[in-house]
Design a binder for this molecule. Structure first.
Ligand code: NI
Ligand code: MN
Length: 227
């Protein structure tokens, strides 16, 4: 079975692999583009890149309802335990773990990570998922950084990168990120959720395809691609 990646808008992905449902940064309630509600989405594992509300989102509610395991940095994992989440797995930057369905490693991200109640959320992160021989790099919220080149050396099949500007990389730096990572395919995210991060993904896709070897997959919220 292929790895299926569904974009639930903003930074939220549902990755389905070998029968496991992996949900990343489930910001659904209060997200005007969310194609699914927090009480409908299913997850076996939830990944939280940092503490901001548009990434922590509905993590606590979904984890409790689905009895899902939440994977995040150690500080967020501690906070989630305090919120009554039963199953958590702490990782930290540079560290990976072999789960029953595949491996995940945390990468650096240049951003903040305060939790919704102001608690310290450690350092923000991105994720590399190693699933069925495919590698997915979800950059999450970050500015451009040259070490993306190191991540790219692993041979990334799909890079998921923000293009919204204002809080993260904008289109120009996201293009430079693609040049550093050199992935086979790119999925642009973290745009058009709010007016302040409005972008035209089609014109960005055209420029990326003209200037790099990557194929760009522009999805509508709720649409999927397969690897
Ligand atoms: Ni953020
Ligand atoms: Mn964000």
């Amino acid at each position: 079975m292929a790895v299926k990646v569904t974009w639930h808008s903003h930074a939220c992905l549902l990755i389905e692999t070998d029968g496991a449902k992996l949900l990343v940064d489930p910001f659904l309630t209060g997200n005007p583009l969310a194609p699914v509600s927090a009480d409908k989405v299913e997850a076996d594992y939830i990944f939280v890149s940092h503490g901001h509300g548009d990434h922590m989102g509905d993590t606590v509610e979904i984890a409790k309802r689905c009895d899902a395991t939440v994977v995040s940095n150690f500080e967020i994992q501690n906070w989630l335990t305090g919120q009554g989440v039963q199953k958590t797995h702490p990782l930290h930057i540079g560290g990976g773990f072999n789960f029953p369905w595949g491996r995940v490693k945390l990468t650096i991200a240049h951003h903040g990570s305060a939790l919704p109640d102001g608690s310290y959320g450690g350092n923000p992160c991105g994720f590399i998922f190693y699933l069925q021989g495919k590698k997915i790099y979800h950059a999450c919220d970050t500015g451009l950084f040259y070490d993306m080149k190191l991540i790219g050396e692993e041979g990334i099949d799909l890079a998921v990168i923000p293009i919204g500007d204002n809080f993260t990389m904008g289109p120009e730096d996201a293009l430079r990120a693609v040049k550093l990572i050199q992935p086979a395919q790119v999925l642009p995210i973290h745009y058009n959720t709010f007016d302040i991060i409005r972008q035209d993904p089609s014109s960005w896709a055209k420029q990326v395809e003209e200037e790099t070897g990557a194929g760009v997959r522009v999805l509508k919220p709720g649409e999927s691609l397969e690897l």
